[in-house]
Design a protein. Structure first.
Length: 325
């Protein structure tokens, strides 16, 4: 029931966005002889465009890898996807300073894209890399609700436009300097401040329903987190056992793998040395078990070839590891 309610609210939000475009076009068509009608219609269409559903995109700081340059990585990602019974990623991208790995659909065609965070990927042994891919795929599939997610992004745009505005900092600083030099009585009028305050009051009045709608839709979405997580774990367990998933989630939450790599970068170690050090630490913490069910998906030799494919990306990424907190 909550799912149906969330979708219904999301459809209302999208209908409102479409209404701006339709009303703007109708205003222009019916009153095409009047310039004022073109201004109003164009403004309404512009509002509809600004509030259009966001269908996702590859992060701006991610670099999409060409398949010929990352054949082994694409092959591994596709094998894991096939084992789980989900769509293969059409593109694979890497991010230098974001540890998380994400599987998502982007654009109007809902193209499946896998974005790999290099900090965590560099540190993981082969079987944990498979676990990371399985977890990313499972999260992406069970959380891919484009209707509700895009409605939340639209409401976020509304909230930012109506409630996020404030006095211009540069204007305030200039006003303070003028007041300090001329005195409060000799300073210019406060029409700008009055107009700004009045505009923000109107924004808060109009934005209150938007804020309530956004919070309500967010709460309805989060109410399904428990069942959604169970579906996610069930899907991921098609590839890896539950204990491997739990161990990886613990590693991701603690970020304890990162500090030794940051220290190694400061010591000037090479990427292969940083990689071997990370593998040794994981081996001491949890010795590898031969005959792992993930070995057919990614063995040590294949994992090494992936590292060779990503070497130049690792080399660039490690320079910024100190910025990760």
């Amino acid at each position: 029931m909550k799912r149906i309610t969330a979708v219904a609210i999301a459809l209302v939000v999208h209908a409102l966005t479409l209404a701006f475009v339709v009303l703007g076009a109708w205003t222009i068509v019916v009153n095409s002889a009047f310039v004022f009608a073109w201004l109003i219609g164009g403004g309404l269409i512009g509002i509809g465009w600004l509030l259009r559903p966001r269908l996702g995109q590859v992060p701006a700081d991610a670099e999409v890898l060409d398949r010929p340059a990352a054949t082994e990585l694409y092959g591994t990602a596709e094998r894991v996807a096939d084992r789980m019974g989900i769509a293969r990623p059409k593109k694979i991208a890497v991010q230098d300073l974001v540890p998380a790995t994400v599987y998502q659909r982007v654009g109007p065609l809902r193209t499946p894209v896998l974005v790999i965070g290099l900090p965590l990927w560099l540190a993981l042994p082969p079987h944990r890399r498979v676990t990371l891919l399985a977890l990313a795929y499972a999260r992406g599939v069970t959380g891919d609700d484009v209707i509700v997610a895009s409605a939340l992004s639209t409401l976020g745009e509304w909230r930012g436009a109506l409630l996020g505005s404030g006095p211009l900092k540069a204007r305030e600083e200039a006003q303070n300097k003028i007041t300090a030099s001329l005195g409060a009585l000799d300073g210019p009028g406060t029409g700008y401040e009055v107009a700004g305050t009045f505009g923000r009051m109107i924004g808060r009045v109009l934005g209150a329903p938007v804020l309530l709608l956004e919070r309500g839709l967010t709460r309805l979405t989060r109410s399904g987190d428990g069942p959604r997580r169970e579906r996610m774990l069930t899907l991921a367990r098609r590839v890896v056992p539950a204990e491997d998933l739990a161990e990886l989630e613990e590693v991701m939450a603690s970020t304890g793998y990162l500090a030794p790599m940051q220290a190694a970068v400061l010591r000037g170690e090479s990427v292969p040395a940083i990689r071997q050090g990370a593998l040794a630490r994981f081996e001491r913490a949890a010795p590898s078990v031969f005959g792992s069910p993930t070995a057919t998906l990614l063995g040590s030799a294949e994992s090494d070839r992936i590292d060779d494919e990503l070497l130049q990306h690792y080399t660039r990424a490690v320079r910024g590891f100190g910025l990760i907190t």
